[in-house]
Design a protein around this ligand. Structure first.
Ligand code: TH1
Length: 841
């Protein structure tokens, strides 16, 4: 390619192509240039937002140089690539991360100081990229970080929502949702108006035989919406690799359809069409672990799958390879069932558009896809009604039926006497209306299916996907335990702890090989080290206390035990158990003598998290937490002994302040309901202890750090079913201590008792599905153990250090390497040469 370009052109290009800044002066020059020209500001009107913008643009330019080179390198290398399809990427802020990853944060810090700014204030100007609900979206973001850091050729594909997850405000104790319009100024995206795909909806299917006697299938007369690519650079840590996250934005097609309307004078209706098209990528659905079957959501899914698949196929076709080599070049991972239509779309492209035979195409499809399941909750398993798909995607419905027919025939051959089995594994549920079970389609269309923690991967094999284990054998199902990136969740969120660790074990290598943390263990008895360790935790608590002071307007004592539960509000995650426990503690304090109170460990109970706007029970839990806070926090009998804080608008950037400040964090889901959880890993990595159930990744965390370093309680997942049965058919009694808590609420202690009736009756009258009563005793006793343990600060710090030293397993780097080896079959790219060139220049 290069040799086809004339010498003089190449010379000129080389001479003038930007090299990127490395020194403080160069940084300042770039930032000031952007502030004065791109932003048209000056010394006299450069506020913090402008300084942020200039800094971000300077770093963006730098990333782009490496991003271009990475894309060239990956094209030349011509290796297999991985495409990660996710409807959610919860990236958070980019500037701090970019500065740390390219190793120039100190340069920027000094440069900004010269210009009159504090780097923390500048970083805080950035709006979070909040294109996700919770764990699933944040996992995708951690994966992108690891894939770039490990030099894999890997792209993310998602939607460019105009509105990310809503902003949460609390008014009079209730959650209020505010739209999150985040695109006003976003220096981290590059519109690619030249990269677009036309996506079709509705229409009808025309089948006919052409002159050569060939069956032709054509999907026609549909409505066309155009997908435009917006690219977001994803820098790796300490490597020249900058990967790409491609987000699609929808707009009306500029094709003949609209022109016809404009020309015939239907101006208003043409504009309305335009707006309808833009609606597709307008808003992120705010439900976590819940699927509601809305048509617009299905439209989003197909729009994004079709655009991504056509992009991937276009790239493959440039290589001029045979179709049979497709899965040697392409691996596609489905982040939950949301992108399952990609399976159908690839089959459609191969059969209808490229003319391959059905079987040949299906072999390619099934060797390309992998499917990750993230939940066993029935209300989260996607099902789309057949009439809905028939109308929106008529050709896809035919293909789904054909996939199902062939699959059921193969099952029947192998299990001829088992007619029930056919009904159970059919993609089509024979309900009224008929429904398409997306998880089944995803399993049938993939070569591997994985869960996200050991318990969860075992559970899917024995419960929701049991019949598919029978059909395919157990090897199709595997486990890849989730992980988190230590760059953001240790180095960026807790720089002092990262620095202390580096000083002890000799370098920052642990950020790339987290198992090196085990070198900390020999220092658990090092007095000076322990002192510094404890000081850092204290400083982080002071920082959170300041945040509480500025956002909530009251002070909490940073010497108190900080007990934190931050995550989406959901009955299965059991924030209600936590707040009932808090009320129990409050009642205990009230009944104590002043002498008894003196012996108590002061506690700050921190809650944070959003409820889905339509999830009334979750909103009731938020309301109760806030009302308990109002009463407890101003009760003079209680004083410092107990404070209850609900932090508004929990998001990634707030997590970076909250996570390093915990003594105890709560991961207390009903056993068997939380597939993995990932914040549990973040808290332990920052030296916090866990109170938790034997659920999700808590189990593996216990295995790694040791039982003596975690506070476990509650029933086991294998007993949950029997307990639930007993609630309905046995002589079931609510735990008497919990009854006292309910009486306290019913007396109106926390205001209008009627407001919380449903929370109580769910447990007392409706079977206590989440086993709050069954686990209440065990929970409270374990909280008492925590108080005792906290009194021995020296032993506590020992536990903290030991735990961190043993957390190496939970890096998303390990996780991505497992996916690469066992599912994607891809190798990292060699960047040694690039690094050398860079070192020389
Ligand atoms: C979460 C799981 O609840 C959590 O346990 C897990 O750690 C995380 O995924 C990452 O694996 C899920 N989030 C969603 C969101 C939607 C649908 C299903 C799940 S499962 C919208």
């Amino acid at each position: 390619v290069e040799s086809s370009i004339p010498e003089h052109m190449r010379e000129a290009w080389k001479k003038f192509s930007p090299k990127g800044f490395t020194t403080k002066d160069e940084f300042e020059s770039e930032a000031v240039k952007h502030i004065e020209t791109t932003l048209a500001r000056s010394l006299f009107n450069c506020d913090e937002l402008a300084a942020y913008s200039g800094t971000a643009l300077a770093f963006r330019d730098r990333l782009i140089i490496d991003w271009n080179k990475t894309q060239q390198r990956q094209s030349f290398a011509d290796q297999k690539r991985l495409y990660y399809l996710s409807l959610e990427f919860l990236m958070g802020r980019a500037l701090d991360n970019a500065m740390l990853n390219v190793g120039l944060k100190n340069v920027a810090k000094d440069g900004l100081a010269d210009l009159g700014f504090r780097i923390e204030d500048i970083i805080a100007q950035e709006h979070d990229a909040a294109l996700g609900n919770g764990g699933l979206g944040r996992l995708a973001a951690c994966f992108l970080d690891s894939m770039a850091t490990l030099n894999y050729a890997a792209w993310g594909y998602g939607l460019r929502y105009r509105y990310g997850i809503f902003k949460q405000e609390i008014q009079d104790g209730y959650q209020v949702e505010i739209p999150d319009y985040w695109l006003d100024f976003n220096p981290w995206e590059f519109p690619r108006h030249d990269v677009s795909v036309d996506v079709q909806f509705y229409g009808w299917v025309n089948k006919y035989t052409n002159d050569e006697g060939k069956q032709i299938v054509s999907w026609q007369d549909g409505e066309i919406v155009t997908a435009t690519a917006y690219d977001v650079p994803v820098p790796g840590y300490g490597t020249p690799t900058v990967n790409n996250l491609r987000l699609w934005s929808s707009k009306a097609s500029s094709g003949e359809f609209d022109f016809a309307k404009f020309n015939s004078g239907e101006y208003e209706s043409a504009v309305a069409d335009e707006q309808r098209a833009e609606t597709i990528s307008a808003v992120l659905y705010p439900n976590d672990n819940l699927e509601r079957g809305k048509e617009l959501r299905l439209k989003q899914q197909y729009f994004w799958c079709a655009a991504s698949l056509h992009d991937i196929v276009r790239r493959f076709k440039k290589s001029k390879r045979k179709w049979s080599e497709f899965s040697d070049q392409v691996a596609i991972q489905l982040n939950d069932t949301h992108p399952t239509l990609a399976i159908v779309e690839l089959q459609r492209i191969l059969v209808d558009m490229e003319g391959l035979g059905w079987d040949e195409a299906w072999t390619i499809v099934t060797s390309t896809f992998g499917y990750t399941n993230h939940t066993v909750l029935p209300e989260a398993l996607e099902k789309w009604s057949v009439p809905l798909i028939q109308n929106l995607l008529p050709r896809h419905l035919q293909i789904i039926y054909e996939i199902n027919l062939q699959f059921l025939q193969s099952v029947e051959k192998r299990f001829p006497k088992d007619r029930d089995l056919l009904g159970r594994v059919s993609i089509i549920e024979e309900s009224q209306p008929k429904m398409v079970r997306m998880a089944y389609l995803a399993i049938i269309g993939s070569h591997k299916v994985n869960g996200v923690a050991e318990l969860h991967s075992d559970l899917i094999k024995t419960t929701i996907f049991k019949d598919f284990v029978k059909v395919y054998g157990p090897d199709k199902f595997t486990n890849v335990t989730n992980g988190i990136t230590p760059r953001r969740w240790l180095h960026q969120a807790n720089p002092r702890l990262s620095e202390l660790i580096a000083s002890k074990i000799g370098s920052y290598e642990f950020l790339k090989d987290l198992t090196l943390l085990n070198k900390l263990e020999p220092f658990v008895d090092d007095k000076e080290f322990k002192k510094e360790w404890a000081e850092i935790k204290y400083a982080n608590k002071v920082r959170l206390a300041q945040h509480i002071q500025t956002t909530k307007g009251y002070s909490v004592n940073p010497k108190a035990l900080f007990d934190i539960q931050v995550k989406r509000i959901h009955e299965y995650k059991r924030q209600q158990l936590n707040i009932f426990g808090v009320i129990h503690r409050y009642m205990a304090i009230k009944s104590m003598s002043p002498e008894e109170r003196k012996k108590l460990v002061p506690r700050v109970s921190v809650f944070g998290g959003k409820a889905a706007p339509g999830y009334w029970m979750a909103k009731t839990i938020i309301h109760l937490i806030n009302k308990v806070g109002e009463v407890v926090n101003k009760d003079p009998d209680v004083g410092d002994l107990l404070k209850v804080v609900f932090l508004e608008d929990y998001n990634v950037s707030k997590a970076e302040i909250i996570v390093p400040a915990s003594d105890i964090s709560e991961h207390i889901s009903t056993a068997g309901t939380e597939a993995s959880g990932t914040s549990n890993m973040k808290f332990v990595l920052n030296g916090g202890m866990i109170i938790g159930t034997l659920d999700g990744a808590n189990i593996e965390i216990t295995r790694e750090i040791g039982e003596q370093n975690i506070f476990l309680f509650g029933n086991l997942s294998e007993d949950v079913e029997d307990l639930r049965h007993h609630h309905f058919y046995g002589d079931y009694k609510v735990n008497p201590e919990l009854v006292k808590v309910f009486d306290c609420i019913k007396k109106g202690t926390f205001g209008d008792e009627g407001a919380f009736g449903a929370l109580i009756s769910g447990i007392v009258e409706h079977g206590d599905y989440y086993l709050v009563s069954d686990d209440f005793n065990s929970y409270c006793q374990t909280q008492d153990l925590i108080d005792e343990a906290y009194k021995d600060q020296d032993a506590w710090v020992t536990k903290s250090i030991t735990s961190v030293a043993r957390m190496g397993f939970f890096t998303s780097d390990r996780c991505i390497n497992e996916y690469a080896d066992t599912i994607w079959n891809i190798e990292p790219l060699d960047v040694a040469e690039e690094k050398e060139v860079r070192a020389r220049t």
